[in-house]
Design a protein around this ligand. Structure first.
Ligand code: HMG
Ligand code: MG
Length: 302
């Protein structure tokens, strides 16, 4: 067992968490969420995405959000960029990292970004090149790495094929994503192992949606492999517009509680994280999905 001593969490709540919200969330509230997350000790925050506002209206204020956040030294602010148009707009807002996102399944690639896997890689190649020329790191998200809402089961071979394509165009970091939360620990390990065949441990991360309640177990399974970088979403916000029924990412609060219990450092203050989740849940008018947040808020109230 090579359990890590320290785990880095990327809070993707402002992006993955909010992208699916039907009612507009104001730019000021998004910026306030980012402020509270960095105040809680998050060192990596996925702020927004530079995608088509017709496809994802909630992210239409991407540049305004990037302008509104008060950047803290030592915090890495990332944004999604599916193509050169997205990258060009993103670069004007000075992100620390950009994210390209491919899928292990052809059907999901078509639904999510309107092109085949091969075409997506062709679109990403100049994005990676231009980002690198600007001194910006590129993270690659690999969606549907264990299952697809349209194609069903996804094999580790399908995962490895896209890992190799991402590697070939120079993507620096590979995030293995269970978009619809159907993964179970051994299946997730099998996908993760294919990423680890081609990327070093420090450049691999897990992104688990909690639709079937397996995300904490899947993170634990990745910890067993030594993986120490995970995307999580404060309050358990989110879902993907192109994956019906998929819930949010695993809640940041739940992951921090588990890691605290395991004696693994995150540098995150759980109470302040709960405040951030309570804040954005208040804006959305519903309680946090996070079990830990609910328990701690009930304890505070009592
Ligand atoms: P398209 O329609 O194929 O693109 O969309 P196009 O190049 O043919 O352009 C069509 C129109 O879109 C044009 O505008 C372009 O200017 C515009 P028009 O002339 O009709 O007015 N356009 C853009 N506008 C703003 N920003 C851009 C951009 N690109 C083109 N970057 C595209 C292709 C990828 C843009 C589209 O399919 C899209 O935006 N899809 C949304 C993808 C998305 O945001 N999905 C959710 C995030 S991924 C996710 O959640 C999974 C993840 O969390 C990991 C996991 O859980 O699996 C990362
Ligand atoms: Mg996601």
């Amino acid at each position: 067992m090579n359990f890590p001593n320290h785990v880095t969490l990327v809070d993707v709540g402002p992006r993955d968490g909010l992208q699916n919200e039907k009612e507009p969330v104001s730019t000021a509230h998004k910026a306030q969420l980012v402020a509270m997350l960095q105040g809680a000790g998050l060192k990596e925050i996925e702020v927004t995405s530079f995608v088509s506002p017709k496809w994802v209206p909630q992210m239409a204020d991407n540049a305004a959000v990037m302008a509104a956040i008060e950047r803290q030294p030592g915090v890495r602010y990332s944004v999604l960029t599916p193509n050169m148009k997205g990258l060009e707009s993103a670069l004007l807002t000075r992100p620390d990292e950009v994210v390209v996102f491919a899928a292990a399944s052809e059907a999901f690639s078509q639904k999510n970004i309107n092109c085949s896997i091969a075409e997506s890689i062709e679109r990403f190649a100049p994005v990676v090149e231009a980002a690198h020329a600007a001194g910006i790191k590129v993270r690659g998200a690999l969606s549907c790495a264990v299952g697809c809402p349209y194609e069903g089961d996804i094999s580790a071979d399908q995962v490895e094929r896209v890992v190799l394509l991402m590697k070939a165009i120079g993507v620096d970091h590979l995030g293995v994503a269970d978009t619809i939360g159907v993964g179970t620990p051994r299946k997730v390990q099998a996908a993760m192992e294919r990423a680890l065949k081609h990327y070093p441990l420090v450049e691999v991360s897990g992104h688990f949606h909690d639709t079937y309640g397996q995300a904490l177990a899947n993170i634990y399974a990745c910890l067993e492999l030594g993986v120490h970088h995970f995307d999580t979403s404060v309050a358990g916000l989110g879902g993907c517009p192109y994956a019906k029924g998929a819930t949010g990412n695993v809640a940041s609060e739940d992951v921090v509680f588990m890691l605290n219990g395991l004696g693994i450092e995150t540098g995150i203050d759980l109470d302040k994280l709960v405040d951030a989740g309570a804040f954005i849940s208040g804006v959305l008018g519903r309680p946090p999905v996070s079990r830990v947040a609910r328990a701690l808020l009930a304890k505070r109230a009592g």
